[in-house]
Design a protein around this ligand. Structure first.
Ligand code: BCA
Length: 147
C-alpha cells in the first residue's frame, strides 16, 4: 500500500503548545499513535474556542469528522513540549480539511502531520449541512488579524 503523503498548507490559522502528559505515552515509552488524535482534537477545540465556537455549536451547527490521516515522523517523549499548527484548506460545500503540524519545540523536529476532513452536520437531522457563511467570515476575519 502506498505511504500516506500529507502536504501541510503554507499558512497557519492557529497555533498552540501542549506538553506531553504521562497518559500520552504508551508502553513503548514514546508518544502513542492514538494520543496524536487526542492532541489534534485538543488543538481543534482550542482553535474553535479562539473563534468563539464549540464543536457542538459553530453558528448553530455541529461538525463531524469524515476521515483522519496521520503520518508519524519522529518519536516524542514524556515532558516534550509540542507546537501544534493548525490550518484549514480544501474547502467544499459542506466542510474542509483541518491540517495539523506537530513539532517538538526544543529541537524543532517534526513529530507528526495529520489532517481530518470536517463536515458541518445537523445532528438532529443527521445529515451534512452547508458551511455557515458566518463561519467563513469569522475565519477570514481571524486570518486578517494574524496576517
Ligand atoms: C461523513 C458523513 C456525515 C457523510 O454523510 P452522508 O449522509 O453519508 O453523506 P452522503 O454520502 O449521503 O452525501 C450527502 C452529501 O454530503 C456530501 N459529503 C459526504 N461526505 C462528505 C465529505 N467528507 N466532505 C464533503 N462533502 C461530503 C456528499 O457529497 C453529498 O452532497 P450532495 O450530493 O450535495 O447532497 C457520514 O458518512 C457519517 O456520519 N460518517 C460517520 C462520521 C463519524 O462517525 N465520525 C467519527 C465520529 S465524529 C468525531 O470524532 C468528532 C466529531 C466532532 C468533533 O468536534 C470531534 C470529533
Amino acid at each position: 500500500m502506498a505511504r500516506i503523503k500529507l502536504e501541510l498548507p503554507a499558512h497557519v490559522d492557529f497555533e498552540t503548545r501542549i506538553r506531553l502528559r504521562i497518559g500520552d505515552i504508551n508502553y513503548g515509552g514514546h508518544l502513542g499513535n492514538d494520543a496524536v488524535l487526542s492532541l489534534i482534537h485538543e488543538a481543534r477545540v482550542q482553535f474553535l474556542a479562539h473563534l468563539g465556537y464549540t464543536e457542538l455549536n459553530v453558528e448553530g451547527h455541529g461538525i463531524i469528522l469524515a476521515d483522519a490521516a496521520v503520518v508519524y515522523r519522529a518519536e516524542a517523549f514524556y515532558g516534550d513540549e509540542l507546537a501544534i499548527k493548525l490550518a484549514l484548506d480544501d474547502f467544499n460545500r459542506y466542510g474542509c480539511d483541518f491540517f495539523y503540524g506537530l513539532t517538538e519545540l526544543k529541537s524543532g523536529k517534526e513529530v507528526a502531520k495529520a489532517k481530518t476532513n470536517v463536515v458541518f452536520f445537523d445532528y438532529a437531522a443527521r445529515r451534512p449541512v452547508d458551511i455557515p457563511a458566518a463561519f467563513l467570515s469569522r475565519l477570514s476575519q481571524s486570518r486578517g488579524e494574524t496576517a
